[in-house]
Design a protein around this ligand. Structure first.
Ligand SMILES: [Zn+2]
Length: 317
């Protein structure tokens, strides 16, 4: 049996898992990332984490074929170099080569959204399909495009930023510098913001009772209120779903992947979300797809997608 280690490196925690060739996680460990700290310290901690998780799984480190890391930031997959990482405050981080020296094995580094998308492609909602696009609705919209088993990276490794395609020209300001980006309308944060705005205008909406105050509004609140029959919440959700569908229809018309997987906490809404998105996308793309719209389904691996995807990065080229 071949083993690899995948690391999902985040701003708050980092998780490493030992994975076998059947995409099964034998065991994983999560440690706090403890930012801010110098990059060399973090690298040492990550190396320790790798050795600790191997030990926990009773796999000798010699049996680990390679280590893959999914990290926020812009990553040169060929060199393992992280050019820009605002979350961590690092610039020009030589992550791949440094980790390879510390661990004595091959190390692959990829952007975290791509790594998680690849995990979902190999072992989750997109398993068994050839071409897939994975979009994660969270604070922003993360996405990964996998065509014929390979992550589409672009010549400069910056491809797959579907969240920053504009769906409303001169629309809401985005932190990427553009206005009207998809993620400003269809992320789960956008849904919470829309819900807050609707609450300010409607003192009677059930969302007040469910959230208590504006600070406790998350993407679940409007869905829960809608389920209980609240008309204002229904309007908020329906408008937001159309924005989600608008971007997904763009993905369909651009790539015609066999499947589009939607992830993020809000995807726990299941068919309440997916059904209307599917209907909207099918309606919008009918004349292009002639009725054979790609499958639209939910991601399945949740937090494990990043670890599994990172653990198979050598196959993503
Ligand atoms: Zn943007």
């Amino acid at each position: 049996m071949k083993y690899t280690i995948g690391i999902d490196l985040g701003g708050t925690t980092m998780t490493a898992g030992v994975v076998n060739e059947n995409y099964e996680i034998l065991g994983k460990l999560t440690w706090p990332t403890r930012l801010p700290r110098p990059s060399k310290d973090l690298e040492k901690a990550m190396a320790e984490l790798c050795r600790a998780v191997a030990k926990q799984c009773r796999v000798s480190f010699d049996q680990i074929e390679y280590v893959g890391i999914g990290t926020p930031g812009s990553v040169n997959f060929n060199t393992g170099f992280v050019g820009y990482n605002t979350n961590f405050g690092y610039y020009d981080w030589n992550l791949g080569p440094d980790m390879a020296a510390l661990l004595g094995c091959r190390v692959y580094v990829e952007n975290d959204a791509n790594a998680a998308a690849f995990g979902e492609y190999l072992a989750g909602g997109a398993k068994g399909y050839r071409d897939a696009v994975i979009v994660t609705l969270g604070t922003g919209i993360g996405s990964g495009i996998i065509l014929s088993g390979k992550i589409m990276r672009g010549f400069n490794f910056a491809a797959g930023e579907i969240g920053h395609t504009v769906i409303v020209k001169d629309g809401r300001a985005c932190n990427c510098g553009r206005r009207g980006c998809w993620e400003r309308y269809a992320s789960s944060r956008a849904l919470s913001e829309d819900a807050r705005e609707a609450m300010r205008q409607d003192p009677d909406t059930l969302m007040w009772k469910l959230a208590g105050d504006l600070d406790h509004v998350n993407a679940k609140v409007p869905f829960d209120a809608m389920a209980a029959g609240d008309a204002t919440a229904r309007r908020v959700v329906e408008t937001w779903v159309e924005y989600v569908g608008c971007g997904v229809a763009n993905v369909v018309n651009t790539f015609q992947p066999e499947v589009i997987c939607i992830g993020g906490g809000v995807s726990n809404q299941g068919e309440v979300l997916l059904g209307p998105v599917r209907a909207y996308v099918e309606k919008e793309t009918r004349n292009i797809t002639c009725g054979s719209c790609p499958a639209i389904c939910a991601c399945q691996l949740h937090n494990d997608a990043g670890v599994i995807g990172a653990a198979f990065l050598a196959e993503s080229i």
